[in-house]
Design a protein around this ligand. Structure first.
Ligand code: NAP
Length: 244
């Protein structure tokens, strides 16, 4: 039987898995949500939602998918939930690849951990000084009611869909973000509050060090929970070992 692997991506890990499978001559399809206008990809790509659990289950059946690697971002909660349900329904093995979070980071105890964006916005509004928002395009707008009168630098890959306060600085940028650049950014805007998610990994970690060097407060949003009973791995090699 031909092996067809579906890689749910939108992350560097998803690209790396798809690339590694292509390099091994395996039939792999990288799936993206279709939110980014010029996505970074590797090998064959499909784009756009499947239409919930049923849509994904139908896709798995019609495409003859033999295994799924869920390499979506740790905060892509709905997609991971749908993948777990659809794979169980169709009987296709699923492996969840998530990069390690920052809860064990040496600086983790100095951060203010919150459960969601609403709590993060409320917490940031209580802290004094310029804010660096690094929460993704979709959630940047959630912070407007709490921080509209503040000096905010919002770093996003693409323009958020709604209006932002005119005094906010919008920075279009995609990681990785090296330490030198992060230091400059913190210094240029005198950042004293960083709001971010526990995305984990090394590509976007330097901001945490830059914040520490400036004694800036860090408001860290915890990762959402994962569906129970998942096979989980934390690096590309282990994901490949499961599916190849
Ligand atoms: P989400 O809330 O979990 O997903 C919402 C819906 O988008 C899903 O139900 C699914 O639609 C569709 N979708 C998501 N990922 C998909 C994929 N890889 N392939 C096909 N459809 C997908 O996800 P999100 O937080 O909006 O993130 C969207 C994408 O951006 C994800 O692929 C994720 O890996 C990437 N990303 C997210 C973040 C973040 O912080 N959330 C950061 C960096 C990258 P249907 O129900 O119609 O199938």
């Amino acid at each position: 039987m031909e092996i067809v692997i579906l890689v749910l991506g939108g992350t560097a890990e998803g690209r790396a898995v798809a690339q590694a499978l292509a390099d091994r001559g395996m039939l792999a399809m990288l799936s993206l949500a279709g939110r980014t206008s010029q996505p970074l990809t590797a090998g064959p790509v499909r784009s756009g939602g499947f239409g919930g659990i049923e849509g994904l289950a139908t896709y798995l059946r019609t495409e003859g998918v033999t295994s799924v690697v869920d390499a979506t971002h740790p905060f892509a909660e709905s997609m991971s939930h749908n993948a777990a349900q659809a794979c169980a329904q169709v009987g296709v093995p699923l492996v969840r690849l998530t990069r390690p979070g920052w809860s064990e980071h040496p600086l983790a105890n100095s951060w203010l951990w919150v459960e969601d964006h609403a709590q993060a916005a409320a917490a940031a509004s209580e802290l004094i000084g310029p804010v660096l928002l690094s929460v993704g395009r979709q959630h940047t707008l959630d912070y407007v009611p709490h921080l509209e009168d503040r000096h905010v630098v919002a770093r996003v890959a693409e323009r958020p869909s709604g209006m932002l306060p005119s005094r906010w600085v919008l920075l279009f940028s995609r990681g990785p973000f090296p330490l030198t650049g992060e230091r400059e950014l913190f210094s240029q805007h005198a950042i004293s509050v960083l709001v971010t998610k526990d995305s984990g990994g090394e590509l976007t970690e330097a901001k945490l060090r830059a914040a520490d060097e400036r004694n800036a407060h860090v408001v860290m949003i915890r990762r959402p929970g994962m569906p129970e009973g998942l096979t989980q791995v934390s690096n590309v090699e282990d994901a490949l070992a499961r599916v190849v």
